[in-house]
Design a protein around this ligand. Structure first.
Ligand SMILES: Nc1nc2c(c(=O)[nH]1)N[C@H]1C(S)=C(S)[C@@H](COP(=O)(O)OP(=O)(O)OC[C@H]3O[C@@H](n4cnc5c(=O)[nH]c(N)nc54)[C@H](O)[C@@H]3O)O[C@H]1N2
Ligand SMILES: Nc1nc2c(c(=O)[nH]1)N[C@H]1C(S)=C(S)[C@@H](COP(=O)(O)OP(=O)(O)OC[C@H]3O[C@@H](n4cnc5c(=O)[nH]c(N)nc54)[C@H](O)[C@@H]3O)O[C@H]1N2
Ligand code: SF4
Ligand SMILES: [Mo]
Length: 769
């Protein structure tokens, strides 16, 4: 076993360098190997990397960016971060019963996220009994019995909450939702509630389908890609290869972001000689440095300019045939935009000049086919849903939906977050899905909507939810208002987590707490019928297999499917006529059920076995919009922009280059030039001056919200940074304590993690000489 690193770095190790202007290249390969070798052996690193994203290999446990078709894949079909993610999973470090004997829960609760993750893979089930401060070993039979008893002891099935993170593959996700509904509740919150829920809500309403309609090939046939609110160099690194191919085919790219992210500027493809020795490919032809939350204003102004251009030269700007034939609401929308867009408001909200927005209009007018991509910079604002609806208005105006080289591309986060939804992980699945479950399994699922993530926290806080089970993820660190959320979890009778690695959620315990350790993506999964594989759906609706290759981290691990189907049997007995025991022995039986319940999965087992799997149909690409009116919908959205009181800043909470969501790998953020600390806050130099502060100074971030509760994140180092005036940035999850539970996006209930009003309070005696 390798020695874990020291707890926290010294502050005097913090080093700030200018933000980088290009991403990837040779250093990316070196960093990936360095991290991988610090986690596991050269042999295992070789095995994981050789198999990563290959046909019949391990699907990258990182983001949901798709792989090219098998015949277009290279030997190294992964990025720096993918290599880190899979080797973080494949680590040879182990957390044993001895570890828990040495470290009481109260001590573990004081450790950093990074330290907890670095202890390695969990190896056997553990229980923390009421009144105890230690986890102790427990066998699977007793562990699952405790959980089953806890569930059966509830007054109502709705007192249980079943959370899923997007790392979980289709088969366990399907079994979990089946179990929850057979148990009697739709309380199935997931990480999507914190992530792309706003996209799903807006797309569902306007296009009738809550997913994107773009495929990887579209990037080779487009004239313009507009990327909004995403940092692909760190979070979807192979998207840079797609953007590079757009550029090579003559397309153009506009990036809209408050930060000059390295990956948006220039890409040195480490798999191509030109990327290793050359200057790389310029990515953004135009960079619009927008204020946080300014995208709704930008797209309303852009839509106004397009409507005006059409008036000036009728029949040349809008796609009238598409608008007339395939949409509803155009006239009302056009009237609303003409009447309400106010340029002074637009310029204040965006921080851009009118000329910059007119240049964007000209880019659009020159482009036959336009793709718009976005991620958390759009979805995690109070007005996220109207913002995305306005982006759809923009696409509809020129018929940029459902045709090659054009469309809406919400770039998904977790490798299977989209698949989990398809499998029924949602607190409000449509009735057709519930009916299909009833036909297949001969029980009547509950129809009342369940709780999403924010509502689940409220329910635990108020004592309405008493048992929590998490399938993957790190609930207390992913969610907002850390203090309130931890309090809520601690009020539970029982908390249980199906996990691969230790995280803070294991240290914030209900009266009884269980750690149920499981196989990871890289682990070989052998059951009674032989070696198993799992299936996932990527961001572009391609479904394919993932085959674990390594010796499992411990012989005492059970797979997720095994844990869930055993739990279902123990909890439900023969209450429902489901043959749970067959699921564990052979996952193809689960897929056979899925094939009969979920549309698009006919002949699942046969089709997913082929190279590259299969694509799910998207009616939008056939010109069919399954909205109530049968057409795509233009919407009228009221102007909205964040308001920030004088002397305050608007804070976005984001990811560094070196973390996987709630799990930091190192304290560096290479592309942004931050080395040796995550407790930094990036602020514009003029804001620093006007607040009487200076680079290098130390501050507390204090949240300001209408409920008057003080939310404080202590001791951050100020970094003078090229962010727009008034807009600051700091890392998630350290700053989740600042995001109020009730500050959510209208319509999607997603926490407003990219729009938190804060003031900076200088720490006494902290000023540098
Ligand atoms: N290495 C790595 N990869 C990951 C993850 C990870 O943690 N690490 N997480 C995965 C997951 S679950 C997800 S959801 C994705 C997240 O992928 P991203 O959405 O790229 O993640 P964030 O770090 O939250 O970055 C948000 C970006 O939006 C910009 N932004 C913030 N607010 C605004 C705004 O108001 N307008 C505009 N136009 N831009 C804004 C920020 O400056 C930043 O560039 O990444 C996935 N991939
Ligand atoms: N302030 C702020 N908060 C945010 C965000 C933000 O941008 N700002 N982003 C939000 C977003 S987009 C998301 S998606 C959420 C992420 O929220 P989650 O998905 O809940 O969090 P992760 O950090 O991905 O979960 C990591 C844990 O998953 C477990 N795990 C990893 N692999 C496996 C596996 O194969 N099986 C099992 N059973 N367990 C596994 C490990 O124990 C690991 O510790 O956070 C959200 N929270
Ligand atoms: S782009 Fe995403 S899925 Fe692809 S290798 Fe990198 S982290 Fe993995
Ligand atoms: Mo996400």
């Amino acid at each position: 076993m390798q020695k874990p690193p020291a707890e926290e770095p010294d502050d005097d190790r913090v080093r700030i360098t200018p933000p980088r202007t290009w991403a990837a290249g040779v250093p990316a390969v070196a960093k990936a190997l360095q991290y991988s070798l610090s986690q596991t052996s050269a042999r295992r690193t070789g095995l994981t990397l050789l198999n990563l994203n290959q046909d019949r290999g391990i699907d990258c446990p990182g983001c949901a960016w798709p792989e090219p078709e098998p015949r277009h894949r290279s030997r190294n079909e992964y990025c720096e971060n993918g290599a880190k993610h899979v080797n973080d999973d494949a680590t040879t470090r182990r957390v044993t019963r001895d570890f828990f004997r040495r470290h009481p829960v109260s001590e573990l609760a004081g450790k950093s996220d990074r330290w907890l993750n670095q202890q390695g893979r969990l190896t056997e089930p553990m229980v923390k009994r009421p009144g105890s401060d230690h986890y102790e070993p427990v066998n699977w039979h007793e562990a699952l019995g405790l959980l089953a008893d806890g569930l059966r002891g509830l007054d109502s099935p709705d007192e249980a909450v079943f959370y899923t993170s997007g790392r979980a593959a289709n088969e366990p996700a399907f079994v979990l939702q089946l179990f929850a509904r057979a148990f009697g509740t739709n309380n199935l919150p997931d990480c999507s509630n914190l992530c792309h829920e706003s996209s799903g809500t807006a797309l569902h309403e306007t296009l009738g389908v809550g997913k994107g309609d773009v495929s990887l090939l579209d990037f080779n046939h487009t004239d313009l890609v507009i990327t909004l609110g995403q940092n692909p160099g760190s979070n979807h690194p192979r998207m840079l290869s797609a953007l590079e191919s757009t550029k090579r085919a003559g397309g153009r790219i506009v990036a809209v972001n408050p930060l000059p992210e390295a990956g948006l500027m220039r890409f040195k493809n480490p798999q191509k000689p030109r990327g290793v020795i050359g200057r790389g490919t310029r990515i953004a032809d135009r960079f619009l440095q927008i204020r946080l939350g300014g995208d709704l204003a930008l797209f309303q102004a852009l839509n106004l300019l397009l409507l005006e251009a059409e008036e000036a030269a009728p029949g040349t700007v809008l796609d009238r045939a598409f608008v007339d034939g395939h949409t509803n609401g155009f006239e009302e929308f056009a009237e609303h935009i003409r009447r309400t867009v106010s340029w002074p408001d637009v310029l204040a909200a965006t921080g851009l000049s009118r000329e910059q927005i007119e240049q964007l209009r000209d880019e659009v007018l020159r482009s036959e086919r336009v793709i718009v991509c976005w991620a958390m910079g759009l979805t995690q604002h109070k007005h996220a849903v109207p913002t995305i609806r306005e982006v759809v208005n923009f696409l509809l105006l020129r018929g940029n939906i459902g045709r090659p080289g054009a469309g809406a591309c919400p770039v998904r986060g977790h490798s299977n977050v989209q698949g989990d939804r398809t499998m029924g992980i949602w607190e409000k699945m449509p009735q057709e899905f519930l009916d299909a479950l009833e036909r297949e399994f001969s029980f009547t699922p509950p129809t009342a909507h369940g709780w999403d993530t924010v509502d689940s926290i409220r329910a635990m806080r108020d004592g309405r939810a008493k048992v929590f089970l998490g399938l993957a993820g790190n609930f207390v660190r992913a969610t907002p208002d850390s203090r309130a959320t931890e309090e809520a979890l601690r009020r539970c009778r029982l908390t249980a987590h199906i996990s691969t690695k230790l995280n803070r959620s294991h240290t914030v315990c209900g009266e009884t707490a269980l750690i149920l350790p499981t196989l990871g993506r890289s682990d070989k999964d052998v059951q009674d019928s032989g070696e198993q594989f799992l299936t996932v759906e990527d961001s572009m609706s391609q479904v394919h297999g993932s085959y674990g290759r390594l010796e499992p981290a411990s012989r005492k691990l059970l797979s997720e499917v095994a844990i869930l189907s055993r739990l279902a049997r123990r909890t439900l007995g023969d209450k429902v006529p489901v043959r749970w025991e067959r699921f564990e022995a052979d996952y193809s039986t689960v897929r056979d059920h899925i094939a009969r319940v979920v549309p698009g999965f006919e002949n699942y087992n046969t089709r997913v076995a082929g190279p590259g799997g299969f694509g799910l149909p998207n009616p939008v690409n056939e010109g069919v919009f399954p909205t109530p009116g049968g057409k795509a919908l233009f919407t009228r959205n009221a102007f909205e922009a964040p308001r920030v009181p004088d002397g305050h800043l608007l804070l976005q909470t984001l990811r560094s280059h070196d973390q996987w969501n709630t799990v930091p790998y190192t304290d560096d953020d290479r592309y942004r030039g931050i080395h040796g600390s995550r407790r930094v806050v990036l602020v514009h130099p003029a804001d620093l001056r006007s607040l009487g502060l200076a680079d290098g100074g130390r501050v507390d971030l204090v949240g300001v919200w209408e409920d008057g509760v003080e939310r404080r994140a202590e001791d951050f180092r100020l970094v003078s940074y090229p962010t727009p005036r008034g807009c600051a940035a700091a890392y998630y999850p350290e700053t989740n304590v600042l995001v109020p539970l009730d500050s959510v996006a209208d319509g999607s209930n997603t926490p407003t993690s990219k729009g938190v009003v804060v003031r900076l309070e200088e720490r006494a005696g902290a000023r540098e000489p």
